[in-house]
Write a new protein. Sequence first.
Length: 255
Amino acid sequence: MKNRTITILLLLLFAGTSSLAQHSQVAGRLPNPPASHATDIGPILYDQMSNPSTNFIASHEFTDAASLANNSQAADDFRVPAGTTWNIGTIAVKGSFWYQAPGGAHELNVFIYAEDNGMPGTELHAFEGILNFYKEEVQNGDYVETYFERPFSTPISLSTGKYWLSVQVVGDNNVTGQWGWIQESNQPHVEDEWHWQNPANGMGTGFTTWTPASSVLWFGGYYDLSFALYDESYDHDLSAKALVDPQSSSNLTST
């Protein structure tokens, strides 16, 4: 009986360890609070970057064959107020690469989806393989913390209603490592919980379609993601942005 009890305990411990290992690919945590960022982009339309936590959730499209099954995507919602139309000129997001990952983001995907009963619905806008964006990458302990701005030469026009924004870093796992989107520590969370998916189930969670944060983060976390939306930019020239907001850092680049 004693041996049977020990065997059961070992099996439970293994199952728990395996589950935590899977979720270590899904979510991570910075050792220190994220840095603040000065912006000079344009009038702000929507700001969900004021309360960044140290937690982040995977949202990465891998380009190396060995990691394709780990492709993941996060999305969070926002609402255009009644009687208004937003012309989004720039989006900004905060994130982090995984523990001891090299970082060095050089490509992004940006998607905007319609609302579908509390989750992302029909894809309205897709900007894939974006190479032209502003970035800051700074060391935060053994992590590379990130801040991205993506201006649009033709603003994205959205009428009254609710929408979902999704951002992914695109890159080889052996070159950049995996990127995740910082969670905002808003209490209560704004609108619906962010959603997440890993279509090929390479991380073993079973969340192959859009799944709410409270199911993904069974171990705890926050239900908003860190991003902001800006009206038509003052200037879409990224070299000018670097001059307007000069900073000194070996990790600060425009691509």
